[in-house]
Structures are given as structure tokens and as C-alpha cells.
Design a protein around this ligand. Structure first.
Ligand SMILES: *Cc1c(COP(=O)(O)O)cnc(C)c1O
Length: 360
């Protein structure tokens, strides 16, 4: 069987060009006589790989000099702890809970201080983004936390919250590099790369340098101090070497394809094809308030569990994989990250059109 259109939420589709390049370099990376998997992270060859990856990411996102870029392990989950441990000075942080990931982060932060839920959309199964223009932000809050794109529910913050001058921390796991970003608006931008950038195992943390401190609680693990990682250029211990190498290739691919502005245009085109279909369909319905729709994760339902199951089975047989929705929403979800070609979305809509006709 050839390659399928893979709509997985993560780990997810990667650009075919990147996979082919990696395959070609598997046995002998650029004359080094070894695979990147086999080389020392202290070697000159590897130093070039990680430094180039960082430089390309800085260029793509326009990351200012006063921000540190860290390539870490442990997934977004580890950051749910690292963020409060490193950033709580007053011991207070405000969380906007727009989905399971924000909720987990909020719950984890409660172990380290007073984590306040200042807004939530749980009353309607996280199907919208609450009004965040005038929230009761605590005077002594060390930061305001959001999950910018809600992978499970398919919502996105199209306006950042009014933090009333407090530092903004954003989990961007599922919208990383999907559009241009003004890094200056954030104190910390972070995410696992396995949604929209690279292979599972790498977490990127972009953090304003003045937030990197050494006066942390005694119990904070050495590995979870941003200072440890920043001082060592992400090479304190063995980093996820191969994963970083693939991320670097994806950064090159993004640059060769017009950068983040071009990516946004492509992503808008792809999402429009799917949302336009959903909006006119009698069978399929999007589950999210229109103005809050994500460009990356598109959940939809028929309202009939049997029909949903039939759709998932038949779409898989047609080469459209991983369309089953998250268990907390049900139905289907199409994740259409940067590397999903427009042809994949067109094929999905074609399949949905046929399915609707055949199952009236
Ligand atoms: C997948 C996901 C997570 C969890 O990521 P891990 O790397 O598995 O810890 C957290 N936040 C968001 C937005 C996600 O999509």
C-alpha cells in the first residue's frame, strides 16, 4: 500500500519531502559515515544541526534576541509542571480553561501554587472561546495561561486575552508554525512538536530571557529549570537528537515554501474547503462556534453514532486515515496540519459528498 492521507491529531503527517530527505541520509549523514541517530550530541556535525535548527526557527517566527529557544523532552505535559515551578514568584497564576489540555495544565499548576480558573467554556463542551476582554485577572498573578489551539475541540483563540499587563503563557502544540506570530505578545510560547512540526519526543519552549531565574524552590528538578537548559544551549544532557534534526528539516521546508505567511494562506484555503462543505451539508455538522473555528483541527458529527462508525470505517478503506473523533466529543475529527496537502482535504470532501448521497 502507498501513503494514505493521514488526518491524525498527533503524532501526525509530516512533509513527504522531509521524510524522503531523511531516508536518503539515514545511513550516511552528509559524509559523516553515520546516521544522525548514531552521532554524539557533542560532535561538530550535531552542533551544526541544532544551531541551524534554532536559527531557522528564529527566522521563521521572527523570535527577538531577548527570547531563548529551548529544545526539550517530556512533551507538553512536562511543561504543565515546569511553567508554574519556574514562573510563579508570587505563587499565583490565572488559567483560561478552553479544553482538556488547558484543564490538565491548570490542575497540575495547583500543586505549586494558587492556580485560578478565570474563564472556562466547559459549560458547552468547550465548543467556543470565552470572552477574554475583561477577565478578573489577579493583581498578583505571575502569568495568564492559555491553550491557543484546542486540539480535541477544534477551537482557536483568534484574539489573545486581555491579560491586563500580565505575562501570557501559551501552549501552541497544535498550531505551532501554522501562521505568523508576534512573539513579543507572549512571555512563553511552547508546544510538543508531534502535532504540526516533527516527530514525538521534542518540546520547543520559547521564553523571554528575564523569566529565566535561578532562585527557584529547592525541590525543582535540575532538568526542569529553564536556567539549566538555557545555560547549556539545550545540550545539558542528551537531547532528542534525531527529532531535533527532523524539526530542522521541517523548518527548511517551511522556509522553502514561503514561510509562515504562505502557510497561513494555505491553511485558510484548506480549512475553507472543509468548513464550506460542513456548512451546506444536511448530514455533517461542525461542532464549534463559527468565529472560534481552528484551521488545524476540524471536529464534525452526523448526530448518529452508527453512521459515524460507518463513516470512519469506510473512509479508512478509501485511504483517509485517523478520522475518528476524540472520545470526549465523539463523531469525527480531521486534523489538517501544515503538511496535509490540499488534495487530501479535497479528497476528504469528495468522500463526504459521496457518503452523504449513499446514506440519505
Ligand atoms: C497533544 C497536546 C498536549 C499533550 O502533549 P504531550 O506532548 O503528549 O504531553 C498538550 N497540549 C496540546 C494543545 C496538545 O495538542
Amino acid at each position: 500500500m502507498g501513503r494514505v492521507y493521514n488526518f491524525s491529531a498527533g503524532p501526525a503527517v509530516l512533509p513527504e519531502e522531509v521524510l524522503k530527505e531523511a531516508a536518503a541520509e539515514m545511513l550516511d549523514y552528509q559524509g559523516s559515515g553515520m546516521s544522525v541517530m548514531e552521532m554524539s550530541h557533542r560532535s561538530k556535525v550535531y552542533d551544526d544541526i541544532i544551531k541551524t535548527a534554532e536559527a531557522d526557527l528564529r527566522e521563521l517566527m521572527g523570535i527577538p534576541e531577548n527570547y531563548e529557544v529551548l529544545f526539550l523532552q517530556g512533551g507538553a505535559w512536562t511543561q504543565f509542571s515546569a511553567i508554574p515551578m519556574n514562573l510563579m514568584k508570587n505563587g499565583v497564576a490565572d488559567y483560561i480553561v478552553t479544553g482538556q489540555w488547558a484543564k490538565k495544565a491548570w490542575q497540575e499548576a495547583q500543586k505549586y501554587g494558587k492556580a485560578v480558573k478565570v474563564a472556562s467554556s466547559e459549560d458547552e463542551t468547550f465548543s467556543y472561546i470565552p470572552d477574554c476582554s475583561d477577565l478578573p485577572i489577579d493583581d498578583d498573578a505571575d502569568y495568564v495561561y492559555i491553550c491557543e489551539n484546542n486540539t480535541i475541540y477544534g477551537t482557536k483563540f483568534w484574539n489573545l486575552p486581555n491579560t491586563k499587563g500580565k505575562d501570557l503563557v501559551a501552549d501552541v502544540s497544535s498550531c505551532f508554525l501554522s501562521e505568523p506570530v508576534d512573539v513579543n505578545k507572549y512571555a512563553v510560547i511552547y508546544g510538543g512538536v508531534q502535532k504540526n512540526i516533527g516527530p514525538a519526543g521534542v518540546t520547543i519552549v520559547i521564553i523571554r530571557k528575564d523569566l529565566i531565574r535561578d532562585d527557584l524552590a529547592e525541590y525543582v528538578p535540575t532538568m526542569l529549570k529553564y536556567k539549566t537548559q538555557a545555560d547549556a544551549g539545550s545540550l545539558f544532557n542528551t537531547p532528542p537528537c534525531y527529532g531535533i534534526y527532523i524539526c530542522g528539516k521541517v523548518f527548511k521546508w517551511l522556509k522553502a515554501n514561503g514561510g509562515l505567511a504562505a502557510m497561513k494562506t494555505r491553511n485558510e484555503e484548506k480549512a475553507k474547503i472543509l468548513y464550506d462543505f460542513l456548512d451546506q451539508s444536511d448530514m455533517f455538522k461542525g461542532t464549534v462556534r463559527k468565529e472560534d473555528r481552528s484551521l488545524m483541527n476540524v471536529p464534525f458529527i452526523t448526530g448518529n453514532d452508527e453512521l459515524d462508525a460507518k463513516f470512519v470505517a469506510e473512509s479508512k478503506a478509501a485511504g483517509l486515515e485517523n478520522l475518528k473523533g476524540h472520545r470526549s466529543v465523539g463523531g469525527m475529527r480531521a486534523s489538517i496540519y501544515n503538511a496535509m496537502p490540499k488534495a487530501g482535504v479535497e479528497k476528504l470532501v469528495e468522500f463526504m459528498t459521496e457518503f452523504e448521497k449513499a446514506n440519505k
